[in-house]
Design a protein around this ligand. Structure first.
Ligand code: AMP
Length: 212
């Protein structure tokens, strides 16, 4: 299955992406993780992306489209993929369609803004593998340590109140309109993101027509 996961920051795209990736045995491609890795490595793209990310703004379309197009050419994507965090603008969605990559479904995780602000302050991410967790709702087995790779859990630089507000505004203004784009193409399904992880997981399975 070629799947796009969308939803506001902190809706649970990363966590649901991980769960679906195991279940469907396909890789998750997270543009956020790719950009944060590029920043860590201080690559050319990392240097361009850093300022935008720390301000809660979107990285320019041409930069992100070229990274994703290149990634989707890799052999592991032939059996399917989950795109987490891309497309985020109508121009990116159009570029993806024009690239000839077939998308089977677009799943939008729906969570109210008030819940997002609360969630993001307790969100943590592995400094090594990028896996997400939450110190309240999706606790790691050992405090401060990633369950998956034993890397150190850190708080993202853009999970601070002022940046969170910017990111939510950007989501409503620039990303939400692509729901209409995919609805027109008959690809959009929605699932409510709940407080309890297992409830969201079951909503997601139902929306995708998988066994709950
Ligand atoms: P995420 O981890 O998906 O929340 O992404 C973190 C940040 O990376 C976003 O706030 C943007 O600054 C940048 N970013 C990730 N994906 C994209 C995209 N598709 N288009 C533009 N910027 C992006």
């Amino acid at each position: 299955m070629n799947l796009v996961l969308m939803g506001p920051p902190g809706a649970g795209k990363g966590t649901q992406g991980e769960i679906l990736s195991k279940r469907l045995d396909i890789n998750t491609i997270s543009t956020g993780v790719m950009l944060r890795t590029a920043i860590k490595e201080q690559s050319e793209i990392g240097k361009i992306a850093e300022k935008y990310i720390n301000d809660g703004k979107l990285v320019p379309d041409d930069v992100i489209v070229s990274i994703v197009k290149e990634r989707l050419q890799k052999p592991d994507c032939a059996k399917g993929f989950i795109l987490d965090g891309f497309p985020r603008t109508t121009a990116q969605a159009e570029a993806l369609t024009e690239s000839g990559v077939k998308i089977d479904k677009v799943l939008s995780l729906e969570v109210a803004d008030e819940a997002i602000i609360e969630r993001l302050s307790s969100r943590r991410e592995c400094s090594k593998c990028g896996a997400p967790c939450n110190i309240i709702s999706n606790k790691p087995e050992t405090e401060g340590i990633c369950d998956k790779c034993k890397g150190e859990l850190i708080q993202r630089a853009d999970d601070v109140p002022e940046t969170i507000k910017n990111r939510l505004n950007v989501y409503h203004e620039q990303t939400e309109p692509i729901k209409a784009y995919y609805e027109k193409l008959g690809l959009l399904v929605t699932a409510k993101g709940e407080d309890k992880l297992e409830d969201t997981t079951s909503n997601v399975a139902k929306a995708l027509g998988l066994e709950v």
